[in-house]
Structures are given as C-alpha cells and as structure tokens.
Design a binder for this molecule. Structure first.
Ligand code: PLP
Length: 399
C-alpha cells in the first residue's frame, strides 16, 4: 500500500461540471448552452441521414481486421481532398503526408509530438482565447508555448493589429496555431483579406502554419468557403499542417475520426514524414479504429451520399445562423439597450456573448441557464422554443 497516496484529484473540467449541474436541476425551463455538440430544434442529438445510409452500406462488410498504422488510406485521401481542394497541386504531386487520427484532438496531439521530435527548439503560438485543450496538448508534448492576441473584448471582434504584431514579434520559425474557421470559443474569424495579410506576415517570418479545422462546413454551411484560409496559405506557398475532425460536421463525435496532414517538399519526403508519424502512433495505440473511417470514406466517395451530407451540414449551419438572428431580435424586442450585433457577426457553434462571470452566475442561479463562466453560449442548444426565454433572461442580467 501507499503507492498512490500522494495522488491529488485532477482539476475538474469546467464543461463537464456545467452538464452535471444542469442534470441535477429539475426546473422545467432549464437550458444547457454549455456543451459544444449539435442539437436539433427539439434539443436532441442528431445522427445524419447520410451516416445512416453509409452504415447500411457497410453492414456485413469485413470490418474487423486491423487497419495499417497510418489508418484507412482511402479515408485519408478523401479527407485531405476536402481540406485542400480536389485539384490541389500538393495532392497531385503527392507531397502531402496524411494519417488517420483520433479525431481533431488526436490529430493535434500527433502534430505536437512530431513538432517536439523534429523541430525541438520551436515553440507554439496559441491564440487568446482558444479551445482550452490546446494548452494541454502542447504542454503534454513538452513544446514551449506562447500566446498571441486574437479577441478584443471591446469590439467583441478580432484584435487584428494585436494579432499581427504578436506574430511579427515571435521568433522566426515559430509554429502558429490557427483555427481554420469558426474559432472556438469566440466565433470570430479573420476576413479573407485579413487571412492574406496574416499569411504574408507568416511567410516573411518563416513561421509554420498549423490549422485546426474542427468545423469545416459548420461555419458557413459551405465546406469550400470554410476552407478559404487554408487555400489562401496554400496559394502563398506555405507548407501547412492541418488537423481535421469529423466530429461536428458529420456528427461522428464518439467515433473519434479525424486526419492529420502535413504538406512537404515532394513525394519522397511525404512518405518519410508519414513513417515517422506512424512511429508516434505505434507505441501509443498501434493503429486507429475502423468504423468511423469507413463511414466517412463511404460518404465522401459516393456522389449521392456526399451531396446528401453537404445538404445536411448546411442544414445544421443554417439552423445555428437562424438562431443567432432570433436571439439578437429577441434581445432587441425585450428592450435591451446594449448592442448585440456580435451575435450575428460571429460564426460557428459558439457565441462569445461578452457576459461577465457574475452575469453568467445569475443566469444559472435565477434562470436555470447553464453555460461556462466565460460567457460562451453554445448556439446549438438554442431552439425556436427556448430562444425568447434565453433572450429575456440575458436581458435581465445585463441591464
Ligand atoms: N479543435 C477545436 C477548436 C475544437 O473546438 C474541438 C472540439 O470541440 C476539437 C479541436 C476536437 O474535437 P474532437 O477531438 O472531438 O474532434
């Protein structure tokens, strides 16, 4: 005995705490706008029709064998086509190393490990704020981290000059973590023009651009449009890295399906880089799971299913966008004198409302609305039935 007496409990995850408290509350009007998973207008989780159809096609196939260490190769190819564009030069010249990953988190973690092994003196530049797990991922990989300015609380928009300044001042050859679209938690993305400027500054500084793309299609409803930042960096000749997740845009959360890709000089280098990525996976989990990759492969390789998927992603994005408008209109209708324009300016799953932790506490304690204390509202939890209640509650605590 005595082996583990010194082990202290790990800090509680703030999001899980929100859900626990929500479940304990028996008030009929309670709302959970904490969790970042899509819900339909009934407040229910959704399995996409294209996923149901793909599963029907897969049923009975021989899917129990091990995948290769790098995962399902057809899945990887289809995944990078989605990110980089079907006719991308880097794909035609086969200079992209791609590997199946345990969703977006796993893809980020592999990249962080690869960075530590092969650019051991480099650091990672992380936006403020960001998805909290980004900090843990690079910390666990023992990569030195710095932050760069991103969000301006005054405008509830992008701190563009701060961002550019911080990226300019970082040591040359830094890795810069960029959210490809639908920035979490702020919902604030640079414009195409701003992306071009960021790309130019990073080119000059010889920084490495790493795109975390957890929401392709989920922001605007258009997968091509949501990849615009990546396409701009490619046009400018950056050799980027990209983490893709199919959790949100295909609703495959628990399947843990994603892809890490890195653009290299040529086909030989891509193959070499892939062997090293595989070597990182081998002692951790050997090879990735079969089912999610097969679902995505089936959808993306079948024109009919792909078309259905594109419609369904657009459906999810459109519902969220319409809830943004409804929330803003209801706040205005409730008589709020504050500006709520940022609700409709921001994009993707989340609205960074600008509410203070104290206002959020009142929202929870007095109105049974559950969310994280940073004021982040998951728009996926808002429906035509509860939007007016939410708006009135927000108005009451922000008067
Ligand atoms: N990156 C960002 C910015 C996210 O918001 C998320 C999920 O919330 C992820 C990555 C990873 O999600 P998953 O590992 O489920 O794909």
């Amino acid at each position: 005995s005595g082996w583990w007496t010194h082990v202290e409990p790990a800090p509680r995850d703030p999001i899980l705490g929100v859900t626990e408290n929500f479940l304990k509350d028996s008030h009929p009007s309670k709302m959970n706008v904490g969790v970042g998973a899509y819900r339909n207008n009934e407040g229910k989780p959704v399995v996409l029709e294209c996923v149901r159809k793909a599963e029907a096609k897969i049923a009975g196939s021989d899917l129990m064998e091990y995948l290769p260490m790098g995962g399902n190769v057809k899945f990887n190819d289809l995944s990078v086509q989605l990110a980089y564009g079907e006719n991308a030069e880097c794909l035609e010249s086969k200079r992209v190393a791609s590997i199946q990953a345990l969703s977006g988190t796993g893809a980020c973690r592999l990249l962080a490990e690869f960075q530590k092994r092969f650019q051991p003196d480099s650091q990672i530049l992380i936006p403020v704020p960001t998805w909290a797990n980004h900090h843990n991922i690079w910390k666990d990989a023992h990569v030195k981290a710095q932050t760069y300015r991103y969000y301006d609380p005054k405008t509830k928009g992008l701190d563009f000059s701060g961002l550019v300044e911080d990226i300019k001042n970082a040591p040359s050859g830094s890795f810069v973590l960029l959210h490809a679209c639908a920035h979490n938690p702020t919902g604030v993305d640079p414009t195409a023009e701003q992306w071009r400027e960021i790309s130019a500054v990073m080119k000059k500084k010889e920084h490495f651009a790493f795109f975390d793309m957890a929401y392709q299609g989920f922001a605007s409803g258009d997968c091509e449009k949501d990849a615009q930042a990546i396409r701009i960096f490619m046009e400018d000749g950056h050799q980027i890295g990209c983490a893709q997740s199919f959790a949100k845009n295909m609703g495959l959360y628990g399947q843990r399906i994603g892809c890490l890709s890195i653009i290299t000089d040529d086909q030989t280098q891509a193959a070499t880089v892939k062997t090293q990525l595989q070597l990182i996976c081998r002692p951790m989990y050997s090879n990735p799971p079969v089912h999610g990759a097969l679902i995505v492969q089936t959808i993306l390789s079948n024109p009919e299913l792909k078309q259905l998927w594109l419609q369904e992603v657009k459906g999810m994005a459109d519902r969220i966008i319409s809830m943004r408008h409804a929330l803003r209109e209801n706040l205005e209708k409730a008589g709020s004198q504050l500006s709520w324009q940022h609700i409709t300016n921001q994009i993707g799953m989340f609205c960074y409302s600008g509410m203070t932790p104290e206002q959020v506490d009142r929202l929870t304690n007095e109105y049974h609305v559950y969310m994280t204390r940073n004021g982040r509202i998951s728009m996926a939890g808002v429906t035509t039935k509860n939007v007016e209640y939410l708006a009135n509650a927000i108005h009451e605590v922000t008067k």
